[in-house]
Design a protein around this ligand. Structure first.
Ligand SMILES: [Mn+2]
Length: 474
């Protein structure tokens, strides 16, 4: 393809030549004779001419299929140049903004008069890659610092939260790689092991080991790192660590020699992907698979709190990971036990005004509750699910909705924060309330009535909010 570039700046000409030459037949037009001569001697195809004159383009053999690039260095002659190009029959026209103070305004003004001309600002074209590079060097400096600090330790502990999830385990693996350590010199551990079936399946398929850590065994380590969790979680057991890498909001009340906490990231694995890339550590298929699965599950496959960086990490890891393995791990979601609770919920639950509500009774494990809540959200005509059960004498409630309706977190906080733990996002929330406290507030309900009471609360909450919305709308 033929390309005619109207430029006055030597740097821009040399850069465009480098970028376009392999695919395009490029010819430059400049109004400075000395510049044209110098570039010509350097082997650049360039002619000098007045870019405001139609015959300059006719001489250059401009046709409707020629791609025309015009440098805009904020001078007033741009319109006259564009008119000349148009009159000479140019149709594929691009303006490259360089040094124009407000490129958006300039682009708009130009568009009004020349609707077919595309405006490209140089700062936008280069900004993205350049900022990525800069932030990578910042990350590199950070990572090298903690690598050195961990360098002379005999035994390192990488601590995860209780009942570790995919993000915690994948981050543990990744950090071990960043530290260039093996499973004997960097132990991945937790105070309470993995229980959820899909997480156990991940442990199994990827041959992971999460060691049981006790308060006593903490002393056996020279350095302690924490991933996907912060020290406050351990309620005083660990108040000082060497490194914290986490994507949950930063908590006070502990000291860490190094920390990298980024609450706007969808997963800790995303942060660690950046660490690995910043110091050019090879990511094995196993680690990439674990991290990819972690990003998928922590962001609910980009359905919640996802950032551009999560997508970037995901697409980077995708080519390194084993996709078949991930499908196998995901298949573990459905187990006979879970199906039993789905059936129970189906039989005992009810849908009222698009709110599905079910009470599962006493349970051996908590994860049945969010599982059932997620499951029924797939039902046609269900927009909210509220599923509860009793675990260890506490009422555990999971709330889900399709995200574009009212806030699930606000619902649980309004009704349960005064008697237990309650919190969450717009689309998913959870409450854990001691049964005694629940009975004190809501009366001594029999088991069959708890579901119905929760449903009333949810339906009422939705109506209440609607009423408020109308009241504030004039
Ligand atoms: Mn996480």
């Amino acid at each position: 393809m033929r390309c005619l570039a109207v430029c006055q700046d030597e740097l821009l000409i040399r850069m465009l030549e480098e970028i376009l030459l392999p695919g395009f037949d490029v010819e430059f037009i400049t109004d400075s004779r000395p510049l044209a001569r110098r570039l010509h001697e350097a082997g650049v195809t360039v002619t000098s001419g007045d870019p405001k004159r139609v015959d300059t383009y006719l001489k250059a053999d401009l046709s409707p299929s020629t791609c025309v690039i015009i440098e805009d260095n904020a001078q007033r002659s741009l319109k006259r140049i564009l008119e000349a190009v148009r009159d000479a029959g140019g149709t594929l026209v691009y303006v490259l903004g360089i040094g124009a103070a407000s490129s958006t305004k300039r682009a708009e003004a130009l568009h009004a008069e020349f609707p077919d001309v595309s405006y490209l600002a140089m700062s936008e074209l280069f900004g993205g890659p350049l900022l990525t590079e800069f932030s990578r060097s910042l990350t590199r400096a950070r990572v090298q610092q903690y690598q050195r600090y961990f360098g002379d330790a005999d035994r390192v502990l990488i601590m995860l939260h209780n009942d570790p999830d995919p993000d915690a385990m994948a981050s543990g693996l990744a950090l071990r790689n960043v530290l260039h350590r093996t499973k004997t010199t960097a132990i991945i551990g937790a105070m309470a092991g993995v229980t959820r079936p899909e997480n156990l399946r991940m442990v199994d398929l990827l041959d992971l080991h999460v060691e049981a850590i006790t308060q006593d065994s903490l002393k056996e380590f020279d350095r302690i790192a924490m991933v996907d969790v912060q020290p406050h979680y351990f309620e005083g057991l660990i108040d000082r660590v060497d490194l914290v890498i986490d994507h949950h909001p930063e908590q006070p009340g502990y000291t860490a020699v190094f920390k990298d906490i980024r609450p706007d990231y969808g997963s800790t694995s995303t942060i660690l992907t950046e660490h690995l890339r910043a110091v050019d550590v090879n990511i094995s298929e196993r680690t990439a698979t674990a991290m990819l699965y972690a990003i998928k599950s922590d962001t609910l496959f980009f359905n919640r709190q996802t950032n551009r960086v999560d997508l970037e990490a995901f697409s980077y890891l995708y080519s390194l990971a084993d996709a078949t393995m991930i499908r196998k791990m995901e298949g573990a979601e459905i187990t006979p036990e879970r199906l039993e609770y789905v059936i129970k919920a189906y039989q005992s639950g009810a849908t009222v005004e698009q709110v599905f509500c079910a009470f599962l009774g006493p349970l051996s494990r908590e994860d049945f509750i969010p599982y059932v809540a997620d499951f029924f959200l797939q039902l046609e005509d269900v927009k909210w699910t509220v599923v509860a059960g009793i675990v260890d004498d506490s009422l555990v409630i999971s709330v889900r909705n399709l995200g574009y309706s009212k806030n699930a977190g606000e619902f649980v906080r309004r009704h349960f924060l005064d008697i237990g733990n309650a919190g969450g996002h717009r689309a998913m929330a959870k409450a854990v309330i001691p049964m005694a406290a629940f009975r004190l507030k809501f009366g001594d309900l029999d088991l069959a009535s708890i579901g119905a009471r929760l449903q009333e609360l949810a339906v009422h909450f939705l109506h209440d909010k609607e009423a408020k919305t109308h009241a504030t709308t004039p």
